[in-house]
Design a protein around this ligand. Structure first.
Ligand code: SF4
Ligand code: MG
Length: 321
């Protein structure tokens, strides 16, 4: 039940709180070891904020985060330290997340230096092994980020995230900024590394087609809440929530039969502001299936998550066989 609200302040001299951005508003899910959970939603739905809360980079407003049965919610820095090794983040922007004035070898070495794991010759050797493992030329450890392509820079980010041998990697839109052909290479690399190191992934994207092939399960987020959660194929093939269906309609479909099944819907209106989200179901102003009850009663993501998953909707899409 993780909640993350940001206060909005006004006033130059005497700042006072005038509202709350409800970025994450009561999100619950679990993640099994070795699993990949895809988290999808439009820009601004709270995915990255949620990721940062889980990684301990942002304090949560309420709710709790457990890792291996231990409550790690808002731990003080020192007690969070071991979990910072276990939980790593790969960021979206392979251009912005690497310091342009530092050599890639030292960027990749950072976590090992900060956590005092090793130094000297052993450190250099380990960095070069990591570079090799992610498909970079280990001879290039003295180069600067600008000397690498976008895809190679994301490999640098992957190597840095791997350095401490984490158990969970939160991938925050790691391929969104890359060309489609490069995306596939990075996704394949992440899949190989998962098998090799027994990694667990929370994989964030705004495009359902990107997460489909890498995810065991998919969670769909809208305005700070998870609206649908289930095994990847059923969510993709037979979405229950009208928002998931709309997201899928927006992605290009090559197969005409599949396009037919998709019952294309076009979303109207903009994503409402998370400062003052709509009452009842937050999707109701944009939902083609909305009825009166939708604006007054909030649908809950409930029920046991069977193979067909679960959707927070009063009138879920029928499953067409
Ligand atoms: Fe649409 Fe109503 Fe379902 Fe919300 S609860 S997604 S408004 S049908
Ligand atoms: Mg984001």
């Amino acid at each position: 039940n993780v909640v993350k609200h940001y206060p909005i302040t006004a006033g130059a001299l005497f700042k006072h709180v005038v509202g709350q951005v409800r970025a994450v508003d009561g999100v619950s899910f679990d993640l099994a070891a070795g699993e990949t959970l895809g988290l999808v939603g439009e820009t601004g739905c709270g995915k990255s904020t949620l990721a940062r809360c889980l990684a301990g980079l942002h304090p949560v407003t309420s709710g709790s985060v457990r890792f291996d049965g231990t409550d790690i919610t808002n731990l003080p820095r020192r007690r969070m330290r071991p979990y910072r090794r276990d939980i790593q983040v790969i960021f979206q922007d392979p251009y912005g997340s690497l310091n342009p004035r530092r050599r890639v070898g030292s960027i990749i070495a950072d976590p090992l230096v900060i956590h005092r794991v090793m130094s000297g010759e052993q450190l250099r050797r380990t960095v070069q092994e990591l570079m090799e493992r992610v498909g970079l030329n280990p001879e290039h450890y003295n180069r600067f980020p600008a000397e690498f392509s976008g895809g190679q820079r994301q490999r640098i980010g992957v190597a840095r995230a791997l350095a401490l041998r984490p158990r969970l990697i939160i991938c925050d839109e790691p391929v969104s900024a890359l060309d489609v052909s490069i995306q596939a290479q990075i996704l394949n690399l992440l899949k190989d590394l998962q098998v090799e190191y027994g990694l667990t992934y929370l994989f964030i994207a705004h495009d359902l087609s990107v997460v489909r092939h890498i995810s065991d399960r998919i969670a769909v987020m809208y305005l700070g809440k998870i609206v649908e959660l289930g095994a990847a194929d059923p969510v993709y093939d037979r979405p229950r929530h009208p928002y998931t269906n709309a997201l899928l309609s927006a992605t290009a479909v090559a197969d005409p039969d599949e396009a037919q099944r998709r019952r294309r819907v076009v979303l109207t209106g903009d994503v409402p502001s998370p400062i003052d989200p709509p009452s009842g179901c937050r999707f109701h102003p944009r939902c083609p299936r909305a009825q009166d009850i939708c604006s007054t009663e909030e649908p809950l993501l409930e029920g046991t998550e069977g193979t067909e998953g679960t959707a927070a909707c009063h009138f879920p899409m029928e499953v067409v066989v």
